[in-house]
Write a protein that binds this ligand. Structure first.
Ligand SMILES: Cc1cc2nc3c(=O)[nH]c(=O)nc-3n(C[C@H](O)[C@H](O)[C@H](O)COP(=O)(O)O)c2cc1C
Length: 178
């Protein structure tokens, strides 16, 4: 049994990326895992100030919800990044979380966390997911994450579009396979 932390990051609470996340969580729960959600789009989170007060090992000088999220991340076995595709990258809400990893960069790297990526995008071109996939894989390499799978939902521009694709099932099966 794993503790899985799902980090959502869309302003659409009931949107496409969260629909895929929901299917992932259904599968993961059926496989016997414990799942918690952190909604970065509704949290009180501020961008990294680059002040270097943390020296990359904390504490961060900003008093916001990152303190709680840090504890959740450091006690998880797996972290799942969920995002709409915004200009070929992750949402600013998710990037804000990732930049704030800076104050516990070493502790995070040392955990060798399992991770996964779930993305929803409007387009369905062969290059739609190229850059977010590459960014995620580089983050995995740098932060010593162990990628467990990626659901790159092309043609998932709305909830009804998403429901008509193979991606909800793919997300469910990724969760179930863990
Ligand atoms: C600011 C913004 C930027 C976007 N950029 C892209 C993009 O680069 N490529 C794409 O295919 N869709 C893009 N979209 C569309 C969304 O990724 C798509 O509608 C997705 O389903 C939204 O997911 P959500 O409902 O989880 O927020 C963009 C949407 C917004 C609002």
């Amino acid at each position: 049994m794993m503790n899985i932390l799902v980090i959502e990051s869309s302003p659409h609470k009931k949107g496409s990326s969260n629909l895929l996340a929901e299917q992932f969580m259904k599968g993961a729960k059926e496989a016997g895992h414990q799942v918690a959600v952190f909604d970065a789009a509704r949290a009180n989170l501020h961008p990294c100030l680059g002040c270097e007060a943390c020296g990359m090992s904390g504490p961060c000088c900003q008093k916001d919800d990152m303190a709680e999220l840090r504890e959740q991340i450091l006690s998880a076995d797996m972290m799942v990044f969920v995002t709409p595709l915004y200009y070929f990258g992750m949402s600013a809400q998710l990037k804000t979380v990732i930049d704030r990893f800076y104050s516990f960069n070493g502790a995070l790297t040392g955990k060798n966390l399992k991770t996964a990526l779930i993305v929803a995008a409007w387009d369905d071109k062969d290059w739609t997911m190229k850059d977010i996939k590459s960014h995620y894989e580089t983050l995995c390499r740098y932060l010593h994450f162990r990628d467990q799978g990626q659901v790159l939902g092309c043609g998932c521009g709305t909830v009804s579009m998403t429901k008509g694709t193979r991606y909800p099932k793919q997300a469910y099966e990724l969760g179930k396979s863990l």
